[in-house]
Design a protein around this ligand. Structure first.
Ligand code: BGC
Length: 740
């Protein structure tokens, strides 16, 4: 499978294409319409239409970084993961597919499926989970949704792109078993779900750049998994023509090098500006250190631009074979054919009739539904739900703006957004408001570019008086309940420095909690944060980055209009208790991050170390209350068939609610390689009316029992497996055993 078997139509096209035309198909170039993130020019004489690739994964980001064309801004991917509901992922994928088509785009650069290894990672909000089973299910869901709309999905970033610090140079030093059991499964699931494309990462894996990684790209992805789509580079990630071409890369994006794209002279240490491209290049007086750009989170000036002319030369010299070029082209055309773009289309294809749709009521509702369903009630000492006659004090530096997302390539410009203040006012009528402490500024890509424009910050400064904690305390004390909104600020290309909330927000919560009758804290974060005041407040709600529906979603959760059904897809713990505190592991030493914790990431680590997480993986309260009966194995799978576990569940509350039934596998105590104490094997999210009883079936793949053995591949050791059924990884309600 290293080489695809093209269909007849693709094979015929390949025969007709000249070498120059083929070379143009495997390298991006600027989009004449300026809407795409990446653009492949078509071949007009053969009716191969141009192809547009657009960023995801939380909505469609057409039209560039600054004020892109609007689209539905879905919640952070980690919020989607917190729903534990692949069906919602499928629906989000389909909605993004329709929005992409409405914007004339053919490929979505998402989902982001990297495992959350480092709690500080600046892109955790774009990813799903610390657990591969959960990440795989969500990854497959989004891919099915996108591909079902005839839009190519691009799971990214293959692979072990788990930190933003030094992401363009660092080598993830990771053993085979760990790669197989933790970091590869979500990609494999995406491929099995039909992804037409896979994006390689910036980083190296065991010393070799992902783009040039023959073993991972050709042997594992293409040969072993049978992936017949195309592999695309991350933007400006390429460095080596022959390495990438022979390693299995099929498409270079966005085309030229960083220096070409930004029209500056890479050899000029001061960042010389091309007078013809004043808007693109750094300002003439820019004073930046190219070295820091090259070794940080952003690709250096000489990266990119290795296909095109250099690839032509490599074909001439015989370093790259013509068959390889044909295979690249066949893989790309194969996907165009699959999504219907080769069907007798005009070169200037009419894309309007492909069923695209933007900002529909359905998409808006879905964005809100995912936000509420992904909201995790971390703690609730009865301060929630609010009642209609509660006098509410709304406190927090950012209550006037929705937390749409984080910074970087995933940033979507929504058509509409609802701030917490608007959402609460819509739901509650009047609320009193106090900001308390200075606003937490969002981070964006531009802040990291050496020639970024920071003039906005000054312009935004208005004459409003500085908020004070005293004012917040007085406002809170005069109300029945204080709802305090706190947040972090993250962006692609930079990790968080700490898991503490930025600014003076912790002090604000402390002060309000002292004064208020009841205190509810709503956290908008990209991943785990430390909550040092958690014993002093009544209720904590983790709402992640909720996207455009922020205020409406949180209001419906606070008032109990919906049951917040989110469960943690990551462990919350004090910063120094994660397994990556040693700098060898993170951010790495001498440009190598040693994944020495192996399989013991997230809850696997806390179980192994007998640690006490603040809030464990899978945790989340409900407004309802559920009782579990004895679990029973109804289908005893084996070989390649699934095992079914039937779990009787009763909602004993007097209101409807949603439960996420989680099944973990405890492997037998066998001699042989060490295994995690428990691993998530399957789950089901179900809604039960007040008093309703239901038998919930949870399907477990046979691989859930297996470990990866370097010699024998996936291996199910004989012995007794305990299936633990629970509300979280630390709240087991029932067990069943299974012999293998
Ligand atoms: C990111 C990708 C993104 C690409 C195009 C890169 O910086 O890592 O996730 O798709 O840019 O914007």
């Amino acid at each position: 499978m290293t080489t695809t078997e093209p269909t007849d139509e693709v094979a015929t096209l390949c025969e007709k294409l000249t070498r120059e035309e083929k070379l143009r198909l495997v390298q991006g170039s600027p989009d004449p319409e300026g809407t795409a993130t990446g653009y492949i020019p078509g071949v007009e004489r053969l009716e191969i239409p141009p192809v547009r690739l657009v960023d995801g994964p939380m909505g469609v980001r057409a039209g560039g970084f600054e004020e892109g064309l609007p689209a539905t801004a879905f919640p952070a991917s980690i919020a989607l993961a917190a729903t534990f509901d692949p069906n919602l992922a499928r629906r989000q994928g389909a909605a993004m597919g329709r929005e992409a088509k409405a914007r004339g785009q053919d490929v979505v650069l998402g989902p982001g499926v990297n495992l959350i290894r480092v709690p500080h990672c600046g892109r955790n909000f774009e990813y799903f989970s610390e657990d591969p089973t959960l990440a795989s299910a969500l990854s497959a869901g989004v891919v099915e949704g996108l591909q079902g709309e005839d839009v190519v999905a691009t799971p990214k970033h293959y692979v072990a792109n788990n930190q933003e610090t030094d992401r363009v140079t660092v080598s993830a030093e990771v053993d085979e078993r760990t790669l197989r059991e933790l970091y590869l499964p979500a990609f494999r699931a995406a491929v099995e779900a039909g992804a037409g494309s896979v994006m390689t990462a910036y980083n190296r894996i065991n010393g070799t750049y992902a783009n040039d990684h023959r073993y991972l790209v050709r042997e594992v992805l293409k040969d072993e998994w049978g992936f017949d789509g195309y592999v695309v580079s991350d933007w400006f990630a390429t460095k080596d023509t022959v390495g990438a071409a022979n390693g299995g890369l099929d498409l270079e994006m966005p085309g030229g090098s960083v220096a070409d794209a930004f029209s500056f002279d890479a050899s000029d240490e001061a960042g010389g500006k091309d007078e013809d491209h004043p808007a693109d290049g750094p300002p003439a007086d820019a004073d930046f250190d190219l070295e820091s750009v090259a070794t940080g989170g952003m690709p250096g000036p000489d990266q990119g631009g290795v296909f095109g002319e250099p690839l032509a030369e490599a074909l001439e010299s015989g370093d790259v074979s013509p068959d390889r070029l044909d295979d690249m082209v066949a893989r790309i055309l194969g996907q165009l054919e699959r999504i219907g773009l080769l069907e007798g289309v005009e070169a200037t294809i009419e894309r309007d009739d492909r069923g695209g749709a933007l900002d529909t009521p359905e998409h808006r509702d879905l964005a809100e539904r995912i936000a509420t369903r992904g909201t995790v009630l971390l703690k609730n000492d009865d301060a929630l739900p609010l009642s209609d006659d509660d006098r509410v004090a709304l406190v927090g530096p950012n209550v006037d703006a929705a937390t749409v997302g984080g910074g970087g390539s995933s940033a979507v410009t929504p058509f509409r957004e609802v701030s917490p203040l608007e959402g609460l006012r819509n739901r509650a009528g009047e609320v009193s408001v106090a900001r308390g402490v200075p606003e937490i500024e969002s981070l964006s890509f531009e802040d990291l570019l050496p020639f970024g424009d920071d003039s906005d910050a000054d312009q935004d400064a208005d004459d409003a008086p500085e908020p004070t904690v005293e004012d917040a305390v007085a406002t809170a004390a005069a109300a029945d309940v204080a709802v305090v909104f706190v947040r972090d600020a993250t962006t692609e290309a930079r990790d968080r420095e700490s898991l503490r909330l930025p600014g003076e927000q912790d002090a604000l919560v402390d002060a309000v909690a002292d004064a208020a009758e009841r205190t509810v804290v709503v956290v908008n974060s990209s991943g785990p944060v430390e909550l040092p005041w958690r014993e002093d407040v009544d209720t904590i709600v983790e709402a992640w980055y909720p996207g455009q529906a922020d205020g409406d979603a949180v209001a419906s959760v606070l008032y109990g209009d919906v049951d917040p059904a989110g469960r943690l897809p990551v462990t919350f713990a004090p910063e120094d208790e994660y397994p990556i505190t040693d700098e060898r592991r993170y951010p790495g030493v001498d440009d190598e991050a040693h994944y020495e914790e192996g399989l013991f990431v997230g809850y696997r680590h806390f179980d192994d170390a007998d640690g006490e997480p603040t809030y464990p993986f899978g945790h989340g309260h409900s407004y309802a209350e559920f009782e579990y009966g004895g679990a029973e194995i109804t289908t005893k799978g084996g070989d390649d068939t699934e095992t079914t576990l039937r779990v009787p569940l009763e909602n004993v509350a007097d209101r409807a609610g949603r439960e996420v039934v989680q099944v973990y596998v405890r492997p037998p105590d066998a001699d042989g390689p060490e295994r995690p104490v428990r691993e998530l094997a399957g789950f089901a999210s179900v809604e039960l009316e007040a008093g309703e009883t239901r038998a919930v079936d949870v399907e477990l793949e046979e691989r859930a029992f297996a470990r990866y053995d370097e010699a024998d591949g996936w291996t199910v050791d004989p012995g007794e497996y305990v299936l633990e059924v629970g509300r979280s990884s630390r709240d087991i309600r029932s067990t069943a055993t299974l012999e293998r």
